[in-house]
Write a protein that binds this ligand. Structure first.
Ligand SMILES: Nc1ncnc2c1ncn2[C@@H]1O[C@H](COP(=O)(O)OP(=O)(O)OP(=O)(O)O)[C@@H](O)[C@H]1O
Ligand SMILES: [Mg+2]
Length: 343
């Protein structure tokens, strides 16, 4: 595959749009050239409405202006909740039959006609016991892909490539942790995305439709606070048990647990599909990962090694960017992964 030039990675979140530009992406130590974020207007993500797409293009223009980003070549991510990612093993299928077998298999799982879907697959090894090639299938509705093509065009940007958030995240986590087997949990505003990287390959991903805004909403409902106040309580106290008599903790715990139920299910699915053991390392990203006590809570509940993502590891950061890059470091993970894509 052709090498990609240095470019800007753009992550469209429901809460904020984040951009990261790196140089020297094929080297061991890329350099941060620029970064920035802007708040996302409500209800515009993944909208097919032209007016909403224009709003997102305007966000990009503001982002470019505010951060004085010059490079107009970009790579974008499709939100995880709009893609289908599935790991398949295809017993007895020969190499030359692979493509047809993948389509046949995918047809049974993807809820859209295949001609409306952009489908890619990556071979990821072979199960010798079952004589089965393994593939990861990634599919997205063409109409969703088109939304991002339109937004880039409206903003006057040159879209080099589109991938999924989990693929970008996997790249960022591998480069920053050096670990090639781990579970990634991205705590976003509207959803929590889970992916499993096994021996360097993305083998599982799912979007859990409960995000960090649900935590704020629960505090609003329970204590009859306005959203801003509830957000402060959430960010200040989180899952710490010895403040406010554990009142915030007891409101947030059931929601975190309902996310972790899905995480456990995801791990069981992965184990049954791949006959592998469950990964023991977890990395938490997204702004929601900043919730006080979350890391300790997840570690205890899942009996795992848990770390907060530090996607800036192994990236050279000039003094003038240090503050913004380090404040809420895990939130730039997807944008960094996109910026690191080099082929
Ligand atoms: N310090 C903090 N502690 C706890 N939660 C926080 C903190 N800062 C931000 N959040 C929460 O993180 C969420 C936003 O995270 P993020 O910016 O990663 O989302 P996004 O990428 O825009 O959304 P999504 O990935 O769901 O599309 C919000 O729910 C916000 O309340
Ligand atoms: Mg996000």
């Amino acid at each position: 595959m052709a090498k990609l030039p240095d470019h800007v990675g753009i992550d469209f979140g429901t809460h904020s749009v984040k951009a990261v530009e790196l140089s020297g992406i094929s080297t061991n130590k890329p350099t941060l050239v620029n970064l920035g974020s802007q708040v996302t207007p409500k209800g515009v993500i993944n909208s097919e409405d032209i007016a909403d797409q224009k709003k997102l293009a305007d966000v990009l223009k503001r982002l470019y202006d505010a951060s004085a980003i010059k490079n107009r070549q970009v790579v974008m991510a499709l939100p995880e909740f709009s893609v289908f990612t599935r790991f398949f093993e295809l017993p007895g299928v020969k190499k030359e039959e692979l493509k047809e077998a993948v389509y046949y298999e995918a047809k049974q799982y993807i809820p859209l006609p295949l001609n409306e879907v952009q489908l890619d697959y990556v071979p990821i090894g072979f199960n010798t016991e079952k004589n089965a090639p393994r593939v990861l299938v990634v599919a997205a509705a063409k109409k969703v892909v088109n939304i991002y093509v339109n937004i880039a065009a409206q903003a006057g940007l040159d879209l080099l490539s589109i991938e999924t958030e989990s693929v970008a995240m996997g790249r960022a986590m591998y480069k920053s942790t050096g670990k090639n087997t781990l579970v990634m949990l991205d705590f976003g505003a509207n959803s929590t995305d889970m992916s499993i990287i096994s021996e360097g390959y993305l083998v599982f991903s799912q979007s859990i439709a409960i995000g960090s805004d649900s935590l704020t909403q629960a505090v609003v409902n329970k204590f009859n606070l306005d959203t801003q106040r509830a957000e402060e309580f959430k960010r200040n106290y989180g899952l710490v048990d010895n403040v406010l008599e554990g009142k915030i903790l007891s409101v947030l715990t059931p929601i975190i647990e309902s996310i972790l139920v899905e995480v456990r299910r995801g791990v069981e699915f992965f184990k049954s599909r791949t006959l592998s053991i469950a990964p023991t390392d977890y990395v938490l990203s997204g702004d929601g990962a900043l919730l006080p006590g979350l890391k300790e809570y997840v570690a205890k509940s899942l009996n795992a090694n848990v770390m907060i993502a530090m996607p800036w590891n192994n990236i050279i950061i000039d003094k003038r960017f240090e503050d913004i890059a380090m404040k809420g470091a895990p939130s730039y993970s997807v944008a960094i992964g996109l910026a690191l894509k080099d082929e």
